[in-house]
Design a protein around this ligand. Structure first.
Ligand SMILES: Cc1cc2nc3c(=O)[nH]c(=O)nc-3n(C[C@H](O)[C@H](O)[C@H](O)COP(=O)(O)OP(=O)(O)OC[C@H]3O[C@@H](n4cnc5c(N)ncnc54)[C@H](O)[C@@H]3O)c2cc1C
Length: 484
């Protein structure tokens, strides 16, 4: 690059990345201001650092990031937000960054607030069964901590990479291995500490009134202002999560079937018993032996006799559904699959067809059971139209709904393949909405589709809440925006 052009580029970069004009017309040096808050070691604007934050492992295109900051305390989060609010700099909170729908890749540049340094497990209350944790605590570290110090307790663990955060999972209404029994991770939230974009630190749940974090009510349900909002209303710094008894004995029963239309009835009958711990459906077109509908039921118990009884009951149920013709018990489950299904979390997705190049993306729908056959057929059609092998893992969430994953694998080194995956995701999202399903953790494009279909009065309410909480629109802008 000739020196003049290089200098012009350098000036552009300095202006864009280092300085912001204040309301009073003076320039502030953003980088130095952030360093003054957290120390130099925890701020970066270097390409080799921002590169990794400018993309996620899904099929969404990369987007530029100006600064990455890793706060160590709630006071630092507070000062960063006060500063960003003053200078109107976008802030995107990040936990593990594994939604695959690029929710933590900023739409409008600015600061990525990486919460991983705030990783303390502050308290485990064994008697009232909850854990108070900081926002950066990973699923794996909470699981290991409980196993070591509180072996009779467990938390609901998603089948996501171990580095994902517990807070990230709760905030996107995620689901773990005991969801069918106890509900979504967001239902397990007792309370939170949050920093508002305008700098106030608030406690929600019983901790707002007492020194204890054991219940969410009975006061106005404010955690809902942060759950499902994709970081657009504030930063969660602490969260109290419900823990549950950890049974000693577990077993897996797998049923197989080829009847797509019978899926709603089978799910209804298997969940009607109210005895299972986890329940998912898998299939895959290749290899041939996987090309069936597999119902994977995980049973758990505190006593051997209890487990034996549950196994017997579930085996008998198979004989009753459709007069014993709809599903049958898989007698010789491969030992490797048996172990993977019984792992906590289960490793159901490893059965999926991962193409050369390692890319994997899914569009997820929360569906009522009656919509599953239509989505099942459509997912296969979309996969075939894009030259992919159809492959599914769906977790039954509660006895009311299912997380239906339209899975697409692609080669990261092949732009055409990535474009096909994006197209397949977009088609799936449109179909989900047409079928009266709900898109889960949708990308900004999917959010636009949702907002278009949303009742305008509801969309206006979302806009009003965001404006009240984040008057300068600094929090993860580009998400949950009302289309104009
Ligand atoms: C292979 C694979 C399997 C998966 N399986 C499951 C599964 O079984 N169940 C499931 O639920 N999910 C699953 N996921 C999806 C996802 O990885 C998990 O839900 C994960 O727990 C999300 O947490 P995270 O830390 O990665 O969140 P992030 O991606 O970091 O954040 C999610 C959202 O929350 C916001 N956010 C994060 N932290 C804060 C904070 N402190 N304050 C305010 N906002 C914040 C972010 O801005 C973003 O909008 C899977 C993903 C993969 C790749």
């Amino acid at each position: 690059m000739p020196p003049a052009a290089r200098w012009k580029r350098h000036t552009e970069i300095i202006n864009k990345f280092c300085h912001a004009k204040t309301d009073k017309g003076a320039f502030v040096n953003i980088y130095e201001s952030l360093c003054a808050i957290t120390g130099r070691d925890y701020v970066s604007r270097e390409k080799e650092d921002t590169y990794i934050y400018s993309r996620d492992s899904g099929a969404e295109p990369p987007r530029p990031v100006d600064y990455v900051v890793m706060p160590g305390t709630v006071e630092e989060v507070q000062r960063i937000l006060l500063f960003a609010n003053e200078e109107a700099i976008p802030v995107t909170p990040l936990g593990g960054g594994f939604t695959l729908s690029a929710l933590v890749v900023p739409q409008k540049g600015g600061i990525v607030l990486d919460m991983k340094r705030m990783d303390k497990i502050i308290e485990v209350n064994e008697l009232s069964r909850y854990a108070l944790i900081e926002a950066g605590v990973s699923q794996a570290s909470l699981r290991a901590y409980l196993k070591k110090h509180h072996p009779r307790l467990q938390h609901s663990t998603p089948e996501a990479p171990p580095a994902v955060t517990v807070v990230g999972n709760a905030l996107i209404q995620g689901h773990g291995h005991i969801t069918p029994r106890y509900g979504l991770t967001s239902d397990m939230v007792n309370g939170m500490e949050v920093v508002l974009p305008t700098g106030e630190v608030c406690r929600l749940g019983s901790s707002a009134v007492t020194d204890s974090w054991y219940t969410r009510g009975p006061i106005p349900d404010l955690p809902g202002l942060f759950i499902g909002w994709f970081g657009t209303t504030g930063v969660v710094t602490k969260l109290s999560l419900k823990l549950y008894p950890r049974p000693q004995y577990r077993e897996v029963i797998v049923f197989s079937s080829d009847d797509i239309d019978a899926i709603p009835e089978v799910i209804f009958e298997l969940t009607q018993l109210d005895l299972l711990e986890d329940f998912f459906l898998i299939t895959q077109e290749k290899p041939d032996w996987m090309n069936h509908i597999f119902y994977v039921v995980i049973l758990s118990a505190h006593f051997e006799e209890e487990l034996a009884m549950k196994i017997r009951i579930y085996s008998d149920v198979a004989k009753k559904i459709g007069n014993g013709k709809t599903i049958k018990v898989v007698e010789n489950l491969h030992p490797a699959l048996y172990k993977r299904f019984l792992d906590v979390p289960p490793q159901a997705a490893v059965a999926a067809d991962f193409r050369k190049g390692g890319g994997f993306q899914y569009s997820a729908a929360i569906l009522s059971f009656d919509k599953v056959p239509a989505c099942w057929r459509k997912g296969i059609e979309i996969a075939h139209n894009h030259g992919m092998v159809a492959s599914y893992v769906h977790q039954v969430l509660t006895c009311h709904s299912i997380m239906f994953g339209f899975n697409y694998s692609f080669n990261r080194a092949d732009d055409k393949d990535i474009a096909a995956a994006r197209q397949a995701i977009d088609e799936s999202n449109r179909f989900i909405l047409e079928t009266e399903g709900m898109i889960w953790k949708g990308s900004s494009e999917a959010q636009k589709l949702i907002m278009k279909k949303m009742d305008p009065a509801t969309a206006m309410l979302i806009e009003k809440i965001k404006k009240a909480m984040d008057p300068r629109g600094i929090m993860n802008p580009g998400n949950w925006e009302v289309p104009r």
